[in-house]
Design a protein around this ligand. Structure first.
Ligand code: SF4
Length: 512
């Protein structure tokens, strides 16, 4: 059996970091972890190939080679996934689809031959058994949640690691919180499940043995869902593993803001090699937090919490949302002020989106306020519900936030604000790779010589060189991120998205 695993193309959004990849001669942020894991669950005798359309071209020859094309996608990849399915249909190649896009709206894909929905560890074996018997059904839906002890190590050998800026692994699934707009609890449940320690270490060991050095992203939606286990078992073992191998990786992940309340957990994470954490801040407005059920962010000084984490040794990246029913007119200025003061350099701001499967979707449906389905990208001007605020005011305010926070003056100043608070671990080092030298010179040319806001670039350059020399490489990394954010914001403006039309361009992608 010949199996082709296809990961559809995603457009250049704030999240893709596509324009930053060019600086370090990488093609994408990280490989398709879900497909690599599915590959490891397929019978060993089957021939397998993988095409990640974000790093290489999917040809008709690839498709014709396959007996089955396995497609996994998130909502943001919908356009490309549809095109791949259509190509397979035309060529008469059978398709098997799974992942969040298909799990949340499988009815939209009548041309897929087999849908394997929910957790692959449960649904995929059912499909494989029926396939073996020659009687595969069209629809398989996982009942319940998988025990992650059964999840195999991803088949990293199906990708060229040199194409990616980071590798990714998953420790756990599920989140104890239940924010109204988030689909994580619908997809993975509220009880955090995690891999047994030996499985986790085996995955790290496999990356190490394959020669990977540098960034490893723990893709968990909330890494600290089960704090006692992390402190008791996982982080001490991770520290020992990293020390024995002289810190070959540095880690980043996503966590909830209550990380700030647990200095012991924070310290263990930093000692284990964590350097960055993405946190859903959402809004500095208490009413918005209450409305969205973001209870862990309520009744606290969010600015103080962010600074505690930075001072504890982690750079904080943040997600922000505008468009809550309770948002006052002043929300845009408050968001800008918060982002600037917090030193959250990588600030991802989006308009509230009602994704299928969320409590928000159900509420807005009940209230008759849904407009259309979400494209799955909450940083697009893609209103899929009727907001309380006039839509023009919401979009104009959103544009004002983007225009301000990514502008060179404010962006570089935020890096300085971060560096004033950030205390990296004493033994920490920034893992330089050959591409980073090239990135350094490219950044000087593109931002220091040709770019707008050159003055601010050089201010950060010399400030960090003289005042925080150890953080100087990080200053360049953030400068490159800023270039990416401005480029995406420019593309949005050019495509007319702020004027209520246009959409994400495939931008540099391939004909799917
Ligand atoms: S804390 Fe994060 S992952 Fe958990 S429900 Fe809220 S938004 Fe989702």
């Amino acid at each position: 059996m010949n199996i082709l695993l296809v990961y559809p193309h995603y457009p250049a959004t704030f999240w893709s970091f596509r324009y930053a990849m060019k600086f370090i001669d990488r093609k994408a942020s990280f490989p398709p972890l879900g497909l690599l894991t599915v590959a490891a669950m397929l019978p060993g005798a089957w021939e397998q190939r993988l095409v990640d359309m974000n790093v290489s071209v999917l040809t008709d020859q690839d498709l014709r080679w396959a007996d089955y094309v396995f497609i996994s996608a998130m909502s943001i990849q919908r356009q490309s996934a549809e095109a791949v399915i259509e190509r397979c249909r035309r060529l008469g190649v059978k398709t098997v689809a799974g992942g969040p896009l298909f799990t949340s709206c499988h009815e939209d894909f009548p041309d897929v031959d087999h849908l394997v929905l929910g957790e692959g560890e449960i649904a995929l074996p059912l499909f494989l058994e029926d396939l073996e018997r020659g009687t595969p059904r069209r629809l398989y839906t996982a009942e319940g949640w998988a025990q992650l002890g059964e999840t195999p190590t991803p088949r990293w050998n199906l990708v060229d690691m040199a194409d990616y800026a980071a590798m990714n692994i998953q420790y756990g699934r599920g989140c104890p919180f239940d924010c109204e707009f988030c689909d994580i609890t619908a997809l993975f449940g509220r009880r955090p499940r995690s891999k047994p320690l030996p499985r986790l270490l085996a995955e790290l060991e496999s990356l190490y043995a394959l020669g990977w050095r540098g960034a490893v992203f723990f893709v968990d939606d909330n890494f600290i869902g089960d704090k006692p286990r992390l402190k008791r078992e996982i982080l001490p073992a991770l520290i020992a593993w990293m020390e024995t191998r002289d810190f070959p990786f540095y880690f980043y992940t996503e966590a909830s803001i209550d990380l700030a309340d647990d200095p012991q957990l924070l310290e263990l994470m930093v000692r284990a090699g964590f350097e960055e954490v993405f946190i859903g801040i959402e809004t500095p407005d208490e009413a918005g937090l209450a409305e969205s059920g973001k209870l862990q962010n309520k009744n606290r000084d969010l600015l103080d919490s962010v600074k505690s984490i930075q001072q504890g040794g982690l750079q904080v990246h943040g997600g922000f949302i505008v468009g809550f029913d309770s948002d006052p007119e002043s929300i845009f200025e408050r968001q800008i002020r918060f982002i600037q003061e917090s030193g959250i350099v990588t600030a991802m701001v989006g308009i509230l989106t009602a994704m299928r499967g969320t409590k928000l979707f159900q509420r807005l449906e009940r209230e008759g306020r849904l407009l259309k389905d979400s494209g799955g990208n909450n940083t697009a001007i893609d209103l899929n519900f009727v907001p309380r605020m006039p839509p023009e005011a919401l979009i104009a305010g959103y544009q004002r936030i983007l225009d301000t926070i990514y502008a060179p003056k404010q962006f570089y100043q935020r890096v300085i604000n971060l560096f004033r608070e950030y205390r990296p671990r004493p033994q920490g080092r920034f893992h330089r790779q050959p591409g980073h030298i090239g990135a350094f010179f490219k950044s000087m040319l593109l931002m220091g010589v040709l770019g707008q806001g050159r003055r601010h670039y050089w201010k950060l350059f010399f400030w960090s060189l003289l005042r925080k020399p150890r953080l100087f490489p990080l200053a360049i990394t953030y400068a490159v991120y800023g270039y990416h954010f401005r480029k995406v914001a420019d593309k949005m403006r050019e495509s007319g998205m702020f004027d209520g039309h246009g959409g994400w361009e495939e931008d540099g992608g391939q004909p799917a």
